[in-house]
Design a protein around this ligand. Structure first.
Ligand SMILES: [Zn+2]
Length: 302
């Protein structure tokens, strides 16, 4: 009896020792000398870039939970205070006004406003006025610019990991250049160029690959179209022999469904990649390739 207990205590002691050894051996991501950098990001594409560039040296917290529509974000008091204590906040102005306001009031140690790096354009329409368009990530080459900037920012924040950050940023830029080449080749000879989208998220993609976006809602999905705008879209669909109305995974205006039904058009998904559908197993690159395939079908590309 005594011996059994002795053996049990010894076994437990060994197990504790073993786990302690494995902890120091693997370092659980970051060693005691250089703790992981706490980075808070506004929404998915920024999370994707930061995780790819930061690797094991960063811990990334996304303010937008999977499945939540990023334009429509609300912050809890806890999330707001997280901004104040973060080592770096990566956000894109005008995407979610609550985040812009929270960044201004909490004054984080370091911030990177991705829109300034990507070079934002303004959309100008009769219905929605002149507003900045935050959707730079639908242009892979703009994402590459932001990846490089995040690499430099992380290198400054963690000089001991500077080379690894720059190297990972370079690798991501290569993948984005490949993606850009696939889009360029895939959309080079198509029967049509007009793309009817749910909200005006695809302006950068359209201008990069010489397509024409006809958006039902504005740059924010909450901006609903006027009756005259709807008549205009219906006319364009007829004139340009458009076959497909594109829906989104997270926010599809009722009007997109009505339009497709009324005119007897096909529907397909064009993902603005503003967030992931929980459990989908997709990432930015795979969603963009799905988008390319959907565009090639709708536009009848060779
Ligand atoms: Zn959007």
């Amino acid at each position: 009896m005594k011996r059994t207990r002795m053996r049990y205590v010894l076994g437990a002691l060994l197990a504790v020792l073993a786990s302690a050894t494995s902890l120091t051996a693997c370092g659980a991501g970051g060693s005691a000398q250089s703790p992981r950098l706490n980075v808070v990001t506004g929404f998915y594409p920024l999370t994707f870039i930061t995780e790819r560039v930061g690797g094991d040296a960063v811990r990334v917290t996304d303010l937008t939970s999977p499945g939540v529509e990023a334009h429509d974000l609300d912050l809890s008091p806890q999330q707001t205070s997280m901004l104040g204590s973060a080592d770096l906040v990566v956000y894109a102005e005008t995407m979610a006004p609550v985040v812009d306001k929270a960044v201004a009031t909490t004054e984080p140690k370091r911030t990177l406003e991705a829109g300034a790096v990507a070079g934002l354009r303004h959309t100008d329409s009769k219905d929605y006025g002149k507003v900045p368009d935050p959707h730079f990530w639908l242009d892979p080459l703009r994402v590459a610019k932001v990846a490089e900037a995040i690499g430099e920012e992380l290198a400054r924040a963690q000089p001991e990991h500077a080379e690894e950050h720059r190297e990972r940023a370079r690798r991501l830029c290569e993948q984005l250049t490949t993606l850009d080449e696939e889009f360029r080749a895939g959309l080079a000879s198509c029967a049509r160029k007009d793309v009817v989208t749910s909200h005006a998220a695809f302006g950068y993609l359209a201008s990069r690959y010489e397509l024409n976006q006809i958006a039902i809602s504005g740059v924010s999905p909450q901006a609903e179209p006027s009756p005259s705008r709807i008549r205009q879209i219906q006319q364009a669909i007829k004139d340009k022999e458009i076959t497909t109305v594109f829906f989104e995974t997270l926010a599809t205006p009722k009007m997109a469904e009505t339009l497709a039904t009324d005119l007897g058009l096909k529907t397909a998904v064009l993902d603005p990649v503003e967030g992931l559908v929980p459990g989908s197993g997709e990432d930015y690159l795979s969603l963009m390739r799905d988008n390319l395939a959907a565009l090639r079908t709708a536009l009848d590309c060779r």
